[in-house]
Every structure is written in structure tokens, then in C-alpha cells.
Design a protein around this ligand. Structure first.
Ligand code: PMV
Length: 336
């Protein structure tokens, strides 16, 4: 323990939604993502000196007081149950970098349903690394947290772009470039008039990333051209965001959705919601994330917001009342 360490800390990190550039960002392009104000909370405490275990209690994902020796976590043993894998990998990455000799107890709770696809795994990694840095008194910059977090994420799922981790750590609205030197640029865009609706269908991101990879294998040139087109939309969208030109951003979202259809990740249910939002006066609407289900997003002028929400609900969507541009990972409480 150093003199800046604490006995207990409580931290939190936001969820996220993709504004533009999904799938292309996996293939070394960039995207725009906004942090959503629905948070994962994590309490971390140092265990007594004789206790060299990692203990995890995460009832939201059915993890009840799972305990294992730190040595097993560091050696990369398979997690005992699936729900602990992101925490275990983040603890291992942190331990490899800074050393961790004392046991740690971690409790998580979330104010969002993990089925909504809002990014609970990236928030978990962000909370674990930031929480450990606060607990042990080792200050880390957002970029240092991100670089460590990405190592942890890629150990669990090789396919991800890391955009969700950038949102969980930096918060706000972020331009994220998944090519060297992996630029993460926070954008100043309060007041984004976003409407969110859950499609009622839980989609598995890895499965849809896999489908896109298959299509890429069969049709490399058209698929690469689509990813390039998405990249153009992201550049234009970044300008539209900073100029707060919502009508223009809405058009870009519509085009992105058309391209998502072309790469094979749209579904009749999603398209139905999206057309309903547009017909009710949205500037634009699209699927957000991997596709196949999860959430759709729309941009709506203030006077049309209610109509857009009603149209989405009538078309079978569940309106999710959460604000974009939320704060990134942060300290909620510290007990020394
Ligand atoms: O389904 P989500 O919200 O996790 O978003 C996935 C976005 C992808 O671009 C398809 C994957 C990624 O890691 O960037």
C-alpha cells in the first residue's frame, strides 16, 4: 500500500451508443460514439493482507461471490464463469503492469439492463482499471487507461474495435479512429437530440461481426468500398456534430443505415422502426451497433420528438429514456 491508496473506492462508467461508422471501424476505419447516461457502478476494496484472492460479486450478471487466487488470474486460467471474464482480464493486465500483491474484492451493479447492448463489458473494464488505479493511488491518464483496457478487451474478444471502451473512459461524444495512431478525439456536442428505442431483440455483436467478415471474404472490393463510404460519413458527421447541424447529421445517419443494410446487418424489425421514426419527422434514423437487433437511434427536432417516440413505440420499439454525452469513468466515493 502506498500513502495515496484507499481502503474502498466506488467508481462508475457510462454505457454507449454508436452514432456512425459501425462495422467499418472494425476494419481500420473510424466511428462516432456517444456515452449514454446509464451507468455501471463498481465498488473495489483491498482484502486483508493474508487474503490473496480476487472476489467478484456481480448479481446483475448472475455472479455470486466468485473467489479465486490472484495467481490463477495472472496466469490467465479460464474464468470459472463467463460473467467474470472482463474483470479478470482487466485485473491481470493491471497486475502485469503495476504489480498487485494484495487481494481485491469487487462488487458491481448496473442501472442498465445488459440486454440493451449499451456496452456493459467495456464499462466493466473501464471501472476495474480506474477503480484499481484509485484504490492503489496510481494515477493514470485516460489514454493510459484505454491502452491497458484494450489489452484486456482483446484477450476476451479478438474482434472488437475498442470504440466502446473509448466511450466508457472518455465519456461525452468521441471520434474514434481504429488505425495507427488510434486517435481518440472528444467532441464538444451537448444537446444532441437523440431518441433511443430498443427493438426487443437481443443481438450478439460477435455473430454479426462474423457475418460481415464472411461477406467481406466473398465480396472484398464492394465491401471495402462500403467501409470507405462509411468513413466519409464519419468525417462529415464529425463536422456536423461540432457545427450542431442536426438535419445534416440525420441525413448521414440515413445513409449509414442504407450501408448497414448493404453489408447484411439490417433486419425487417429494425427497418420497420427506422422508417416509422423517419415518417414521424425525424431528421434521420439508423440501427446502432452491430445490427440484428438491440437499439435504433433517431435524431428529432424538439417539436417532433414526441411524435417520433410515439411512432417508434407503435412500431414495436421500447423507448429508452437516457441522455447522450454522459460523463466518462469517474470516482463516486473514496474511503481512506
Ligand atoms: O453492438 P455494439 O453496440 O457492441 O456495437 C458493435 C459495433 C461494431 O462496430 C460492429 C463492433 C466494434 O467493436 O466496433
Amino acid at each position: 500500500m502506498n500513502k495515496f491508496s484507499a481502503r474502498v473506492v466506488r467508481v462508475s462508467a457510462p454505457g454507449k451508443l454508436m452514432l456512425l461508422g459501425e462495422h467499418a471501424v472494425v476494419h481500420q476505419r473510424s466511428c462516432l460514439v456517444t456515452a449514454m447516461d446509464t451507468r455501471l457502478f463498481m465498488t473495489l476494496a483491498l482484502a486483508p493482507p493474508h487474503d490473496k484472492t480476487l472476489t467478484i460479486h456481480a448479481p446483475d450478471v448472475k455472479v455470486q461471490w466468485v473467489q479465486r487466487p490472484l495467481t490463477e488470474v495472472f496466469e490467465g486460467h479460464e474464468p470459472l464463469i463467463r460473467g467474470t471474464r472482463f474483470i479478470e482480464r482487466a485485473v491481470a493486465v493491471f497486475g502485469a503492469q503495476f504489480g498487485l500483491t494484495q487481494g481485491v474484492r469487487i462488487i458491481t451493479s448496473s442501472d442498465f439492463d445488459s440486454t440493451l447492448g449499451l456496452g456493459s463489458s467495456s464499462a466493466t473494464v473501464a471501472c476495474t482499471l480506474y477503480g484499481l488505479s484509485q484504490l492503489l493511488g496510481i494515477p493514470l491518464s485516460p489514454r493510459e487507461l484505454f491502452d491497458l483496457g484494450l489489452q484486456a478487451v482483446l484477450q476476451v474478444q479478438q474482434k472488437g474495435s475498442g470504440f466502446d471502451l473509448a466511450a466508457a473512459i472518455y465519456g461525452g461524444t468521441v471520434y474514434y479512429a481504429n488505425f495507427p495512431p488510434r486517435e481518440i478525439m472528444p467532441l464538444d456536442v451537448p444537446g444532441l437530440p437523440l431518441v433511443v428505442a430498443y427493438s426487443g431483440i437481443k443481438a450478439d455483436t460477435d455473430t454479426y461481426v462474423g457475418y460481415v467478415n464472411q461477406r467481406l471474404e466473398h465480396w472484398p472490393d464492394p465491401m471495402m468500398s462500403i467501409f470507405d463510404a462509411m468513413q466519409h460519413l464519419v468525417f462529415a458527421g464529425r463536422d456536423a456534430l461540432t457545427a450542431r447541424n442536426w438535419a445534416y447529421l440525420g441525413e448521414l445517419m440515413n445513409i449509414q443505415h442504407g450501408l448497414a443494410h448493404a453489408i447484411g446487418v439490417d433486419t425487417p424489425e429494425l427497418a420497420n422502426l427506422i422508417f416509422a421514426a423517419r415518417e414521424a419527422g425525424a431528421y434521420g434514423a439508423k440501427l446502432s451497433g452491430a445490427g440484428g437487433g438491440d437499439c435504433v437511434i433517431a435524431l428529432a427536432p424538439p417539436e417532433k420528438r414526441e411524435a417520433v417516440e410515439q411512432a417508434l413505440a407503435k412500431a414495436g420499439g421500447e423507448i429508452v429514456k437516457i441522455a447522450p454525452h454522459a460523463a466518462g469513468v469517474r470516482l463516486e466515493l473514496m474511503v481512506r
